[in-house]
Write a protein that binds this ligand. Structure first.
Ligand code: GLN
Length: 505
């Protein structure tokens, strides 16, 4: 196994700069690893070996010619399959988009390409990003590299698993209610949901437009900051894109300065609902932050107890509208109903949506259509929007008392495949701590804070900051990461059980 695959993106950048390894070598090492382990992990839905090697070769040529290139030029990346990529199949984990090849690139993909980052392929996900386990993918589940009988989180389980299995040094995720942060938590990786509007949504297949946010998935806080700087910043193609420069996230990650910072523990996101080992790792991380010079305070956000309920009205309402475009006429699958000789367009649409959407997607379309229906709109959607304002007000009040807020990222460690499939509500509970940030549009990070005593599986530590203060996530995250690495004698992923390489590279 090549050591290049265990190297951070920041280190790969300096290896490339000094010429110790070429972009082609680095890209090939990751493609070999994918070939050797992905039949067990199933992080990828599509691998683009040829395209990745071609762009790596171009970067090598530019460097050899002495051209100025981006620091991450030649560092390969995996992209969640909800992000459109010109010429590469994009399915969003759904059978309804099987075989669809987009004619354009998402803005964030254009930015990766402009930076010279080879795209290794597209990663598996819950269908249309609906789920917390990647089991709702129409193409079969992804497995957690820590324990192949367990889930890698969701909906971005493929991106997180690709990092933990050393198949990619960097990945892209999207987070509507926790799909970057919860997979990061249960795989021992790092995930950032930037401030809403901080990374362009142009070219993301929309789930719930007022909540969706793309962001970095990495193995270190600094790597996340480097990637955030590549994909972030204003985009005229997205009407909700923020004006102004990307926050100074790389500087914050490098300085890791938390002296005098007030860290607020959210009372409502601690306690009995969280697995014992999760709480223990969370508490010991707080001690490290105090050691680094921060001050810990307790803050209450009373409306957070309604966040999950509000989310499961706002999100399905937007889903029912966003997914109306999958009508068998414009993209992907088209199914003709059986036994009807001359079917109407409506009959073809119905047969296609019946065959092409999975159960979880149908459940949410039905929920959302109901919540928006005449006579119920005020009672459901209207009330949920009011709760959303209360949650934003809770955040505003909490950020008067603290510079960042913290909680465990997820209530449990990775659960066994199949454990929650028949009980949607218990699956939804996975996002209890991540959803408030989406409802309010504030940024959040999850970073690994140790292994739970009872099952030896990774635990995530969540940090939330006020909107457009993303740099604080990186300052606090980096300070905690440094102390934890010191205590562990290296990154947590060094303790992951080795996967058997089934195919000769
Ligand atoms: N797990 C949450 C859901 O099922 C969040 C998904 C997401 O962030 N895309 O809706």
């Amino acid at each position: 196994m090549s050591t290049l695959i265990r190297t951070s993106a920041a280190e790969l950048a300096s290896i490339l700069a000094t010429g110790e390894a070429s972009a082609v070598e680095i890209t090939q090492a990751h493609l070999d690893r994918i070939a050797a382990v992905d039949d067990q992990v199933h992080a990828f839905l599509h691998v683009d070996a040829e395209g990745a090697l071609r762009s790596a070769a171009e970067v090598d040529k530019l460097r050899a010619a002495g051209d100025d290139v981006h620091v991450l030029a030649g560092v390969p990346i995996a992209v969640k399959d909800v992000v459109v990529t010109r010429g590469l199949p994009t399915t969003a984990g759904s059978a309804i988009l099987r075989g669809w090849v987009p004619p354009y690139d998402a803005t964030l993909v254009t930015r990766l390409k402009n930076a010279g980052m080879p795209i290794l392929g597209k990663t598996n996900m819950d269908e249309f990003a609906m789920g917390s386990s990647t089991e709702h993918s129409a193409y079969g589940p992804t497995r957690n590299p820590w324990d192949l009988t367990r889930i890698p989180g969701g909906s971005g389980g493929g991106s997180a698993a690709a990092l933990a299995a050393f198949e990619a040094p960097l990945a892209i995720g999207t987070d509507t209610g926790g799909s970057i942060r919860q997979p990061a938590a249960v795989t021992g990786t790092v995930g950032v949901k930037p401030t809403y509007g901080g990374v362009s949504r142009y070219g993301l297949i929309a789930m719930a437009s007022s909540l969706d946010q793309a962001g970095p998935c990495t193995r270190s806080v600094l790597d996340a900051a480097l990637l955030h700087s590549v994909i972030g910043g204003h985009d005229p193609m997205d009407s909700t894109s923020l004006a102004g420069p990307v926050p100074a996230v790389v500087e914050a990650a490098r300085n890791a300065d938390v002296s005098g910072m007030r860290i607020g523990i959210i009372t409502e996101l601690t306690g009995d609902g969280f697995q014992l080992g999760v709480r223990e790792r969370f508490d010991s991380s707080l001690a490290h932050l105090v050691d680094a010079g921060a001050q810990v305070v307790e803050v209450s956000c009373p409306s957070f107890v309604y966040a999950l309920a509000a989310y499961y009205l706002v999100m399905p309402s937007e889903v029912s509208s966003n997914l109306a475009k999958f009508d068998a006429m414009r993209y992907g699958l088209r199914v003709f109903p059986e036994g009807i000789d001359d079917p109407s367009a409506e009959q073809v649409m119905a047969a296609t949506r019946d065959a092409g959407f999975g159960d979880e997607v149908k459940r949410r379309i039905i929920l959302g259509t109901y919540a928006l229906s005449s006579g119920y709109y005020d009672a459901y959607y209207g009330s949920a929007q009011k709760v959303r304002s209360l949650i934003a007000a809770d955040f505003a009040a909490a950020f008067e008392q603290a510079d960042v807020l913290v909680s465990p990222t997820a209530p449990t460690t990775a659960f066994p495949l199949g454990a929650k499939l028949s009980d949607p509500l218990s699956m939804y509970m996975q996002d209890i701590a991540t959803i408030p940030a989406n409802l309010a549009g504030v940024p959040g990070i999850s970073l690994p804070c140790g292994l739970a005593g009872e099952d030896g599986l990774p635990v995530g530590f969540q940090i939330l900051a006020p909107a457009m203060k993303d740099e604080r996530l990186y300052a606090v995250g980096s300070a905690l990461e440094q102390r934890l690495h010191h205590a562990w004698g290296g990154p947590l992923l060094h303790r992951i059980p080795a996967l058997t390489e089934t195919k000769e590279a």
